[in-house]
Design a binder for this molecule. Structure first.
Ligand SMILES: Nc1ncnc2c1ncn2[C@@H]1O[C@H](COP(=O)(O)OP(=O)(O)OP(=O)(O)O)[C@@H](O)[C@H]1O
Length: 270
C-alpha cells in the first residue's frame, strides 16, 4: 500500500460521502432507499440461484440507469452547477459553525403555526403551508418569492390575506423560518382523492408524495384544516391533532433527541 493508494481511498470515500449527503437532501433519497431494496432482492436471488429474477435484473439494469438519469435530470444539473460554483469548497467543509447548525422547528414556532391556522380557519382564509423535513424543497422554493422571516402567526396570516401579493400558492417553512411564499407545488394525480377537493388540496397531497414534508391546508370554502403526509390527506382536523402532528416533526429532530437524552440524564441524577 503506497501513499498514492491511501489518497485515492480517501478521495473516493469523501466522494461517496458527499454523494450520499446530496442524495439525502433531495427527493432522490426515497428512490435511493428503493434501489437499496432492489439490490437486496437481487443479492438474495443470487444466493439462492433464482435464475429468472437474476436474468430480469441483468436485462433491466441498463435501461434503469438511463431512466434514472432522465427522471433526476433537474437534480443532476443542480449538482453539477454547484460543483462549478466558487463557494463549493466552503460548503463541503463546514468551516463556519453557523452553517452546520440546522435550524429546528421549535415548539414555540409550532404554536405560532397552529394559532395562525386557527385564526385563518375562523375567518375562512385559504392557506397552504409546507413544513420541510429531511428532503430539501429547493426546486419548489425557487418557484415562489423569497421571504426569509421567523415564523409568527401574524406573518402567516398576513401572507394568506385575500388580495395581497403573497397570498396565492404555498408557503415553505424550513426550521423556524418561512423561506418562501407563492410557491407552486406539483398536483397529485391520485384518482382516489375526493372530487370535492380543488387544486390547493391536490397540491398539498402532491408535494407530500414526492418528499417527507408535512403540509397544512386551510380551506377557503369551509375553513376546515387538513394535514397531508406521505401522499395521504387527513381532512377536517382539529387544533389538537394539528399540534400533535407538528410536534412529531419536532420530536424527529436531533435537537429534540438531545433534549430527551438530557431529560433522561436529569431523571437518573435524581
Ligand atoms: N399547484 C399549486 N401550488 C400551490 N398552490 C396552489 C396550487 N394550485 C392551487 N393553489 C392554491 O390554491 C388556490 C385555489 O384553491 P382551490 O379553490 O382550487 O382549491 P381547494 O382545494 O378547493 O381549496 P379551498 O377549499 O380553499 O377552496 C389558489 O388560489 C392557490 O393559492
Amino acid at each position: 500500500m503506497k501513499i498514492k493508494d491511501i489518497i485515492e481511498i480517501a478521495v473516493i470515500a469523501f466522494g461517496i460521502y458527499q454523494i450520499l449527503k446530496w442524495v439525502r437532501g433531495t427527493r432522490a433519497w426515497m428512490l435511493f432507499k428503493g434501489i437499496i431494496v432492489l439490490f437486496a432482492v437481487s443479492a438474495i436471488a443470487m444466493v439462492f440461484e433464482m435464475n429468472t429474477i437474476m436474468w430480469i435484473f441483468a436485462n433491466t439494469i441498463n435501461v434503469g440507469i438511463i431512466a434514472l438519469l432522465i427522471v433526476f435530470q433537474p437534480e443532476l444539473r443542480k449538482a453539477l452547477e454547484q460543483l462549478g460554483q466558487k463557494n463549493f469548497l466552503s460548503t463541503l467543509v463546514a468551516f463556519d459553525e453557523q452553517k452546520d447548525k440546522k435550524e429546528k422547528l421549535a415548539q414555540e414556532y409550532i404554536e405560532e403555526i397552529v394559532q395562525a391556522c386557527a385564526l385563518m380557519s375562523k375567518v375562512k382564509t385559504g392557506a397552504l403551508i409546507v413544513l420541510e423535513k429531511d428532503v430539501k424543497l429547493y426546486e419548489f422554493e425557487k418557484t415562489g418569492l423569497p421571504v426569509d422571516a421567523i415564523v409568527t402567526r401574524q406573518i402567516l396570516c398576513n401572507i394568506f390575506e385575500h388580495n395581497t401579493p403573497l397570498h396565492d400558492g404555498a408557503v415553505i417553512i424550513r426550521g423556524n423560518r418561512i423561506v418562501a411564499a407563492t410557491c407552486y407545488l406539483p398536483l397529485s394525480e391520485n384518482m382516489t382523492l375526493s372530487k370535492e377537493l380543488g387544486t390547493r388540496h391536490r397540491a398539498a397531497v402532491g408535494i407530500s408524495e414526492v418528499s417527507d414534508c408535512v403540509v397544512v391546508t386551510v380551506s377557503e370554502e369551509s375553513g376546515k384544516m387538513s394535514v397531508a403526509m406521505g401522499g395521504n390527506l387527513v381532512r377536517g382536523v382539529d387544533l389538537e391533532y394539528l399540534k400533535g402532528k407538528l410536534l412529531e416533526i419536532y420530536a424527529d429532530t436531533p435537537d429534540a433527541t438531545k433534549f430527551k437524552i438530557w431529560k433522561g440524564r436529569m431523571k437518573n441524577v435524581r
